[in-house]
Design a protein around this ligand. Structure first.
Ligand SMILES: Nc1nc2c(c(=O)[nH]1)N[C@@H](CN(C=O)c1ccc(C(=O)N[C@@H](CCC(=O)O)C(=O)O)cc1)CN2
Length: 282
């Protein structure tokens, strides 16, 4: 069998950011107000610092203003909640991103829920999960939303397909499964307690690896012709899929880097401009 075709997230994300920049410019011209994303980072985890900086840089490219709030690692849940409530109430801020993970001593769910749903451009609140799951207007979780855009761009028909999601996190595994279900895929979630992960993956027409375990999914377990999406972002730009072996079996595969990652940020920017337009009544 020939090697899989690569799903180029960098190229697609660039096109989305270009479109978003045009929309941001148009909104700024019509309303006199530039869309604004607030980024909130607790502590100084190097990977998180990098991701937030990437988001700020991409905002600049797209003509979106960004306001950064850097909080010390010792920040309490109450202090973080107060910061997010204050940003939620600030009319100059249209979207809010709280970089995950926050420290273990913080109740991350309480913090996410302090983000007003109309500013939840990262799609992390209960309200966003519900609207996404029911196909109602709202904001999708950015990585899952980006994955679906990528699958659409490569004409992957999900109807009736067996999709296996490896991982069940609140901002990645669970929501991507809901989005696949909404497209009429038959979805199985696998996780650390799944009895036979290899057997489940071998049945999958579409595999989404979102578990945070470097190269967990190996080519020998990929069904020939399957579509493989690697949403892993492990240190050293290593995905959850063993690319070299999986590329020999899949029909389509996302690389790491250059696959899902750039789509996450493109989705965030796009949703920020949508949020701004709604809040500015345009
Ligand atoms: N609040 C959130 N926190 C986190 C999210 C999220 O969507 N919302 N996702 C991840 C990390 N993440 C964004 O925050 C992220 C990770 C990786 C990339 C990316 O584009 N990676 C590049 C390579 C980067 C490099 O060269 O260093 C790629 O894959 O091509 C974007 C966003 C956890 N936290």
């Amino acid at each position: 069998m020939s090697q899989a075709r690569l799903m180029d997230g960098t190229a697609l994300a660039r096109r989305i950011v270009e479109d978003t920049a045009r929309q941001a410019a148009d909104l700024t011209r019509r309303t006199g107000t530039q869309p604004c994303l607030a980024t909130v980072l607790v502590g100084e985890d190097p990977a998180s610092v990098t991701y937030v900086r990437m988001k700020q840089n991409r905002c600049r490219t797209a003509g979106i203003a960004s306001r950064h709030v850097a909080l010390p690692a010792r920040t309490t849940t109450e202090e973080l909640v107060a910061t997010l409530r204050s940003l939620s109430a600030d009319p100059a801020v249209h979207g809010i991103l709280l970089q995950h993970p926050v420290g273990d001593h913080i109740d991350e769910r309480a913090a996410f829920e302090a983000i007003a749903p109309e500013k939840d451009v990262d799609g992390v609140t209960f309200a966003s999960f519900a609207t996404m799951s029911f196909g109602l207007p709202g904001f999708v979780s950015c990585t899952p939303g980006g994955i679906l855009r990528l699958l659409d761009a490569y004409d992957v028909d999900l109807t009736g397909k067996r999709a296996v999601v490896v991982g069940r996190s609140a901002i990645l595994g669970k929501p991507v499964g809901m989005l696949l279900l909404a497209r009429d895929a038959t979805v199985t979630y696998c996780h650390s307690r799944t009895a036979d992960l290899s057997a489940a993956v071998r049945e999958a027409d579409v595999v989404v690896a979102a578990v945070g375990r470097p190269r967990l999914i190996r080519g020998q377990d990929v069904k020939p012709g399957a579509v493989v999406v690697d949403a892993g972002y492990n240190p050293g730009n290593v995905g959850d899929v063993d690319f070299d072996s999986a590329v020999e079996r899949a029909s389509l595969i996302t690389p790491v880097p250059g696959g899902v990652g750039p789509m996450t940020i493109a989705t965030l920017l796009e949703q920020t401009v949508t949020a701004a337009a709604r809040q500015l009544g345009v």
